[in-house]
Design a protein around this ligand. Sequence first.
Ligand code: DSN
Length: 479
Amino acid sequence: MTAAQGADYAETASSAYRDILSVIEQVEPRVAAATRQELTDQRGSLKLIASENYASPAVLLTMGTWFSDKYAEGTIGHRFYAACQNVDTVEALAAEHARELFGAPYAYAQPHSGIDANLVAYWAILATRVETPGLAEFGVKHVNDLSEADWELLRAKLGNQRLMGMSLDTGGHLTHGFRPNISGKMFHQRSYGTSPETGLIDYDAVAAAAREFKPLVLVAGYSAYPRRVNFAKMREIADEVGATLMVDMAHFAGLVAGKVFTGDEDPVPHAHVTTTTTHKSLRGPRGGLVLATEEYAPAVDKGCPMVLGGPLSHVMAAKAVALAEARRPEFRSYAQAVADNAQALAEGFLKRGGNLVTGGTDNHLVLLDVTSFGLTGRQAESALLDAGIVTNRNAVPADPNGAWYTSGIRFGTPALTTRGFGVKEFDKVADLVVEVLSNTSADGSSKAKYTLPDNIADGVKASSAELLDANPLYPGLTL
Ligand code: DSN
């Protein structure tokens, strides 16, 4: 049993959840009903969204406490509110587990999400590289000591910096300097992509672009690139052009924690600042985390109130529990299984004629180009959902259908691996996906419309049910 299934303490968890739901029922029964239904739905579908997982009952229960009621702006031992001693305890535990797990000099557990973690990182880099030297030039120690005119000069400098990150269509993330996100409004941005021939990152091309653009921040990391990254090379490039290397490992933090990615593929020893979410392959509560070198730690530590609202103490407590779980030896087996299962899924698609971006995977995700089935990503995503297979559509490099309809489906193995799926089950998953897609017909009148015969959807659901029943979610947990 995996920790996240929690079978060893299922009876206690069942009793706790029954009590919790009965308390909620007395106030708003519709919320209690939706909560029950969400468990039923998650138990009954093939969850293949690459950024989702199933946290353990210990992690989930930790979030439902009175820590939620406590304000604790500031940092450990230095709060803007009184009576934060217990928040200090759980935040320090989360940070300690994160430092030990990732071998990082410093960890900051307050970010509420991955976007927040990236925002903390960007402003910490700007504070360290631009604001602090700027204050020294003006001969003052604090921004409040500047005249209005000098503050305007410094603000203009802070707002005139450059960032380079992976392009969206090759797997980068919106927070890596794209205009709809605040990062794109803060920085002048330039993207690096992947080789059109191989689909892989071309480090020489990244270096050439960095030499020309001279970014203050070089961002590595992705949300839809199915390959590993050589972070040692990225650091070399950053050093050559004087950039700070920031790695967003939100998607693959579990593979770093589980020592599947080591050496040049482990971002933490190479990056100045590393950010992550805690709920994807890391299998914790929804939230963010920032790791940093000693140089950047003081600025990261000012994340709240610099860019964050009051820390979510109940979630930091749950991060501490999840990170403690990730330090157990069984998490390494889990992480290896996530990678092995992604290989099996990719091979399952390839042997059934699927067309994969980069031709395969060596991380936790697979990106299937569905145009060979005559479908858009939107049509494929909806048809799969009709058959009980939960995925998300995703752009492929130079996507002719754009970011809304897309031409790809992104699959991830972290969640079903938590349920106990192995390579045999993932081969069957590939079979079921191909069964749905090859029986779905696009409706030429719209990039969203399609037809999937009911008997195919029903047959796939029945086959999925066999896999799901053999690998139950939260076994023994009864409401
Ligand atoms: N939601 C995350 C993902 O699905 O990759 C990124 O924000």
